[in-house]
Design a protein around this ligand. Structure first.
Ligand code: NAP
Length: 556
């Protein structure tokens, strides 16, 4: 909370003032800065890291790679940018994505308005002045009328609460917070905990380096071979010849990804045809596998045809049948947890220097100075790699002390789960925008599409407020309630709620189990956002400078 000593008060009054403060210099924050400048607004970005890139700055573990094709996992807002940039692989590696982020920052001269090494600790709304005061860990204070949280959905690494973890004498690395300096793991006895997307990517790379690698698995996951390859120049040319049209077409697809999505039910075709289609998609590689049929994420029987196909593939690849059985997921429908894309993940378990340890039958007991005990077995280790995921979607926001009207904290407001209107704003917190917030499609899409659409909507909204001479915009409680009901209902009709996943927040002890993303898809969501704006920002209260404070105008 706000420190009220006089020195602090003085520095608050003297704090640099901007029209917009943007928290985070990932893909959302960078684009927001670019658009804020285009509107003629003064803006600054506050960023914890010493560089741009957001989650791609921190997730620099061996094997880190995007699971959306690089021709699509990039900004679409500038034709020259998308024409000039060359991706070297079908799926970009983390270093290449970071290079791209830096290219964008330089190309649009963004760096001069980004303050690096500045972790935002608090953002407090001052009601009398209608100003946000934002403070960092360095004791710096800033003031702005508008505050945009571009803090990311997968940016707060989740360290597991394992007894004795602090006593371990070797190195501990978290995939989501990997060191910036090179790490040499050659010849080490490594223990890797976690088999989600990060674990599935890092394990094959660790296996190449380790003297021995123990993979501690609690829950197996479905994974499809990525079939990554050097960029095919004909494919790149094809994309670049019609980039704008393809980007538009991508936005007509639920995940914002230009791909072929089956329109038939998996149960409406013969078993032979289904097999052919699954084989075709398995050979093509990538997460588009679950787009084979229209009902794979809606109907359990349809889903089990795809799940069984993948389990069979795992049994074919993994030579030890007992290990194959452990690696084959049976506790959730395929795609109900984020499906993974891998490079040689399952075949890694055929290596002599790799051991799979099943934590279901051998529960993790403790970490001690020299290793880890699971069941009754002690595993001597030099290094622990934690691929244990994120406090997703709300984690980065809940690390900041965000205080709205009447001293209400966001943590308190979201105690039973996050509430937003369109994922973009939350009532009681005027002028605070969230990019890819809970209640928006965010993590269920090509997130760059979700980011661009949210940021553009916010920028258009700021332009509208500027023209109107407005002081504040705030979601109404009733619009928010209606939206959250819609978000909940949309998820109910799907298989997403059948898995214990980070979509529901159940991977974080004490976090309320609420399905956070909006499953309605990019086109539906974007249409709603555009209609709300066209309808005079229906569901928001806008207070104008010329209007008296008591004459709140409920627009719509
Ligand atoms: P995750 O999917 O949440 O996986 C975390 C893993 O750690 C799970 O296997 C979990 O087991 C395990 N775990 C957590 N705490 C544990 C404990 N105390 N003891 C034992 N095991 C524990 O996290 P992630 O792999 O970092 O992926 C998160 C998301 O980031 C992905 O779903 C994806 O959206 C994104 N991502 C994308 C890419 C890509 O683009 N290719 C790469 C990496 C990440 P349980 O399942 O049993 O809880």
């Amino acid at each position: 909370m706000q420190n009220t000593d006089s020195l602090e008060q003085r520095s608050m009054i003297e704090a640099p003032s901007f029209d917009v403060i943007i928290v985070g210099a990932g893909f959302a924050g960078m684009y927001m800065l670019h658009l804020a400048r285009e509107l003629g607004l003064t803006a600054t970005v506050l960023e914890t890291a010493p560089g741009v890139g957001g989650t791609w700055f921190w997730n620099r573990y061996p094997g880190a790679r995007c699971d959306v094709e690089s021709m699509q996992y990039s900004y679409s807002f500038c034709e020259e940018l998308q024409q000039e940039w060359h991706w070297s692989e079908r799926y970009a590696s983390q270093p290449e994505i970071l290079k791209y982020a830096n290219h964008v920052a330089n190309r649009f001269d963004l760096l001069r308005d980004i303050r690096f090494n500045s972790r935002v600790e608090s953002a407090i709304f001052h009601e009398g002045e209608d100003v946000w005061q934002v403070s960092t860990d360095g004791g710096e204070h800033y003031r702005a009328k508008w505050c945009v949280m571009a803090t990311g959905c997968l940016s707060a690494a989740q360290r597991p609460n394992i007894p004795g973890l602090g006593t371990f004498k070797g190195e501990i690395y978290h995939t989501g917070n990997w060191p910036q300096e090179p790490v040499d793991l050659t010849g080490r006895k490594i223990g890797a905990i976690g088999t989600g997307s990060s674990g599935i990517q890092v394990v094959p790379e660790l296996a190449k380096l380790a003297k021995h690698l123990y993979v501690f698995q609690r829950t197996p996951n479905f994974s499809i071979p990525a079939r990554n390859q050097p960029m095919d120049s004909a494919y790149e040319t094809e994309w670049k010849q019609s980039y704008a049209q393809r980007r538009t077409a991508a936005r007509t697809m639920p995940a914002g990804i230009f791909t072929d999505i089956g329109t038939k039910s998996a149960l409406a075709v013969s078993a032979d045809d289904r097999l052919l289609e699954y084989e075709r998609r398995w050979a093509a590689g990538g997460t588009g596998f679950t787009g084979a049929y229209s009902d794979l994420l809606k109907d359990e029987d349809a889903n089990s045809t795809a799940a069984e196909f993948v389990r069979k593939k795992i049994r074919e690849v993994v030579t030890d049948p007992a290990v194959a059985t452990l690696l084959a997921p049976v506790d959730h429908p395929i795609g109900s947890k984020r499906i993974c894309a891998d490079t040689n993940y399952f075949s890694t378990f055929n290596r002599q220097n790799v051991t799979l340890v099943d934590l279901r039958s051998n529960p993790l007991q403790e970490v001690s100075e020299n290793g880890l005990t699971a069941g009754s077995q002690f595993y001597e280790l030099d290094t622990l790699v934690l691929a244990t995921g994120f406090d997703a979607i709300t984690g980065a926001l809940s690390k900041i002390d965000i205080v709205g009207r009447q001293a209400l904290t966001l943590k308190e407001k979201w105690r039973d789960g996050p509430n937003t209107y369109l994922g973009l704003m939350t009532s009681g917190f005027p002028n605070l925008f969230i990019v890819t917030g809970p209640g928006s499609p965010s993590v269920l899409t090509n997130v760059i599409v979700a980011i661009e659409d949210n940021v553009k909507w916010i920028a258009d909204c700021l332009a509208h407020l500027k023209t109107r001479g407005a002081e504040t915009i705030e979601a109404t409680a009733s619009a928010e309630e209606g939206w959250m009901e819609h978000v909940g209902q949309a998820a109910e009709g799907t298989l997403y709620t059948k898995a214990k996943s980070w979509y529901l927040g159940v991977n974080v002890p004490g976090k309320p189990a609420v399905f956070m993303p909006y499953v309605g898809g990019v086109p539906t969501y974007q249409k709603i956002c555009e209609e709300v704006a066209a309808d005079g920002y229906k569901g928001f209260v806008i207070e104008g400078r010329s209007e008296s404070l008591s004459a709140r105008q409920a627009v719509g």
